[in-house]
Design a protein around this ligand. Structure first.
Ligand code: IPE
Ligand code: IPE
Ligand code: MG
Length: 253
């Protein structure tokens, strides 16, 4: 065990020095996928994968905070995930309070600011209470923004923005010609958060699954074959180095 930890630490340190600290992505968004398959391969119930995935959330949060990344958005529960069996959904709804019970003191100590995007008012009360407490207690922090996408769906987010803008037009407080891309961005749940430069999806699936569709127009995408519970600092470092070696043209030459 110690040997393994030591080796991994050495691997991370050797790799981390390859990261150019001057061109870090400000916002990294992660589709945390593969908990269920990780567990199934170990003949464990799917929820064991979610529990282990929570440890990965702690790991990547510490890593992002230490590295100096400004925003880490984690896709934790989609508007489509309600389709799962009730026992699994119930377990997933308990995870935020379990996570925050054990991790909130460290988040506060690390100056991390917790945010949530998604329809949080549709979450069970105990889940919402835990989240609201974390948001409130970290409100004034100025370090990493740890942004959880919970009961989040990008189409739903865009639909709500369209409704909001339409109402303003109908009331006469906004002219249709004054609807700009910037206004749309500011009407989304991610208002005040810059678009992610880097999106990582684990588990080998090559899709976006209704995540930040508007915001990722020019994001760099990295798909890792690793299941989320196994994703670690070395994989995260690799993703950042891969991102830093890309040429971002934004339509130019
Ligand atoms: C990601 O892991 C966690 C959530 C979507 C809540 P999955 O539960 O989707 O794991 P797989 O994709 O079934 O392996
Ligand atoms: C995406 O994973 C949602 C989250 C990671 C929360 P899913 O496992 O729900 O996505 P699909 O069903 O494979 O597209
Ligand atoms: Mg999945």
């Amino acid at each position: 065990m110690f040997k393994f930890l030591f080796r991994k630490d050495a691997d991370v340190n050797n790799k981390i020095i390859e990261i150019d600290k001057n061109s870090l992505p400000k916002h990294v968004a992660i589709i945390m996928d593969g908990n269920g398959r990780w567990a199934s391969e170990k003949r464990l119930p799917r929820i064991a994968g979610h529990r282990e995935g929570m440890q990965t959330v702690k790991k990547v949060t510490r890593f992002a905070s230490n590295l100096g990344i400004k925003v880490l958005t984690l896709y934790a529960f989609s508007t489509e995930n309600w389709k799962r069996p009730k026992e699994e959904v119930d377990f997933l709804m308990k995870l935020p309070s379990d996570f925050l019970n054990s991790f909130l003191p460290e988040l506060i100590e690390k100056n991390v600011k917790v945010k949530v995007i998604g329809n949080i008012h549709e979450l069970p009360e105990h889940t919402l209470n835990a989240l609201e407490e974390a948001v409130l207690k970290t409100e004034k922090n100025s370090g990493l923004i740890l942004n959880f996408a919970l009961n989040y769906g990008s189409r739903d987010e865009i639909k709500q923005a369209v409704q909001h803008i339409s109402k303003q037009c109908l009331e006469g407080s906004l002219l249709v010609d004054n609807i700009t891309e910037d206004l749309i961005s500011k009407t989304l749940m991610t208002k005040n958060i810059p678009d992610p430069e880097l999106v990582i999806r684990t588990s080998g699936e090559l899709r976006i699954s209704n995540f930040l569709l508007w915001q990722i127009a020019y994001s760099e995408l990295i798909f890792s074959d690793v299941y989320w519970p196994e994703f670690n600092e070395v994989h995260f470092t690799d993703a950042i180095i891969n991102y830093q070696n890309r040429t971002r043209r934004f339509g130019g030459i």
